[in-house]
Design a protein around this ligand. Structure first.
Ligand code: ZN
Length: 94
C-alpha cells in the first residue's frame, strides 16, 4: 500500500521572495501554500494556493523543486514521515 506523499505546506517567505512568486488573483506574497509531491519530479508547474483560497499553477516553481524541498525536510526530520498523515489532515485536502 502506498499513499501519495503529497503535502500542502506554507512556503518560507525567503523562498517566495527568491522565486518572485505572488498570488495572481490578489497579489499576496505571504503564507503561500505549495503542494509538494515526493514522487513527482517533473518540470510541470506546481500547484499553489494563497490564504484567501485562490489556487493556481506556478510555472516558476517546477514540481521537482517541491519534491526536493520535501525530501530535504524529511532528511533533516525523519520522524516527520511518520507524521505525514497527521500533517496531511491538518494542511492537506482542498
Ligand atoms: Zn490570492
Amino acid at each position: 500500500m502506498s499513499t501519495p506523499a503529497v503535502l500542502r505546506w506554507p512556503l518560507p517567505d525567503w523562498v517566495i521572495a527568491e522565486a518572485g512568486i505572488a498570488c495572481p488573483a490578489c497579489g499576496t506574497r505571504a503564507r503561500l501554500i505549495l503542494a509538494m509531491d515526493l514522487d513527482d519530479r517533473s518540470d510541470e508547474p506546481s500547484y499553489m494556493a494563497c490564504p484567501a483560497g485562490h489556487q493556481w499553477a506556478e510555472k516558476r516553481l517546477p514540481r521537482r523543486v517541491g519534491a526536493e524541498l520535501l525530501a530535504e525536510v524529511l532528511d533533516a526530520e525523519p520522524g516527520l514521515l511518520g507524521s505525514l498523515d497527521e500533517l496531511r489532515r491538518e494542511y492537506g485536502g482542498e
